[in-house]
Design a protein around this ligand. Structure first.
Ligand code: ADP
Length: 313
């Protein structure tokens, strides 16, 4: 009858119905608008009661629809509450992570500066150079973190200013690969673009920052080395860039969330790696400001990751 469900009568169910003197059972499906069933309400009619009438079925169907809406609203409210709790906990862990990330380089710089300043320290030239390089690296780390935080505050204030012009992406990728080679002796850097790859219009500096973040991550999250490839292909209305590594990979259920603010996949490596979970969020904002999309594909842990960016031509 209408939206009623037909029940399969198994012998056990039949004898139960007989014992309980049940003459009729109606199953009212609780179906969402997309057809997905979220539950069923069963209505029983005793032997001695009157048969279900069409009017009863109409009332029961209205009730089922209202129950469906109520369940959907309750689920939505509970999902929103869970999301709010998740964001609140992210915000508070963000403060502690950022403080820790700021504190570590500052303590290292202070320690080394103190060492250099010791009056009894007859430091060799090599030692002084090594210490100076460490101080330089730690200053770079501080600079990167502070730039990320400034980017975030600009994004939050809705001030992502774009400076649009022609961008030669294969050239940009080659420059990035070149810049990355001295930074790691265990990684190889390759580029892979077809010869007729088009010049697109975009903000060269911001796209360099987005691709640079992806390459930095590819290095960080491939601790055993391997080849990091920056490539691209042209489609009719878009270009698709990719950065591929052979590192720790990303579980499927985390692949969308890594682009959220402060989100880090909880692995032994990420716990011991510098980072606050802002790089990919900044990439996403840059790509979306270009009218593009960013996503990641990975076959899971230790199977490498490929980040894709699609931009309009
Ligand atoms: P951060 O590296 O500072 O943690 P990101 O926003 O750049 O922040 O990345 C978010 C998280 O995504 C990282 O913490 C890491 O868990 C995961 N991730 C990013 N890039 C890769 C990659 N190439 N391979 C594996 N995991 C990655």
């Amino acid at each position: 009858v209408g939206e009623q469900v037909t029940l399969a009568w198994r012998p056990a169910a039949a004898s139960w119905a007989q014992r309980e003197r049940i003459a009729q059972i109606l199953g009212l499906p609780l179906s969402e608008q997309n057809g997905k069933m979220i539950g069923v309400i069963y209505v029983f009619r005793e032997l001695r009661a009157a048969h279900f009438q069409t009017a009863d079925l109409d009332v029961l169907n209205i009730f089922a629809r209202q129950a469906t809406t109520t369940i959907q609203q309750a689920r939505l409210a509970s999902a929103m509450l869970a999301e709010r709790r998740r964001l609140e906990s992210m915000q508070s862990s963000f403060v502690s992570i950022v403080s820790h990330e700021l504190q570590t380089p500052v303590s290292i710089i202070k320690g080394y500066a103190g060492t250099l300043a010791r009056p009894d320290g007859p430091w060799s030239r090599d030692t002084v150079i090594r210490i100076a390089h460490t101080i330089e690296d730690e200053c770079d780390r501080l600079y990167r973190l502070i730039s990320d935080l400034l980017d975030i505050s600009r994004i939050q204030a809705g001030r992502v200013a774009m400076s649009i012009g022609p961008v030669d992406l294969p050239d940009l990728a080659e420059t990035l690969a070149e810049r990355s080679r001295p930074r790691s002796s265990i990684h190889q850097f390759a580029t892979d673009f077809p010869p007729d790859f088009p010049i697109i219009r975009g903000d060269r500096e911001k796209l360099r920052q987005a691709l640079g973040n992806l390459v930095d991550n590819a290095i960080k999250y491939s601790p055993s080395g391997g080849t990091i490839t920056l490539g691209g292909r042209a489609e009719r209305e878009h270009v698709v860039l990719y950065v591929r590594d052979t590192g720790i990979g990303i579980p499927r259920e985390e692949q969308a969330r890594v682009f959220e603010r402060f989100h880090r996949v909880d692995t032994r490596l990420s716990r011991s790696t510098q980072g606050v979970g802002l790089g990919l969020y900044i990439c996403r904002v840059i790509v979306e400001a270009h009218g593009g999309q960013i996503w990641v594909e990975s076959d899971g842990p230790d199977r490498g990751s490929t980040f894709y960016i699609r931009l309009p031509r």
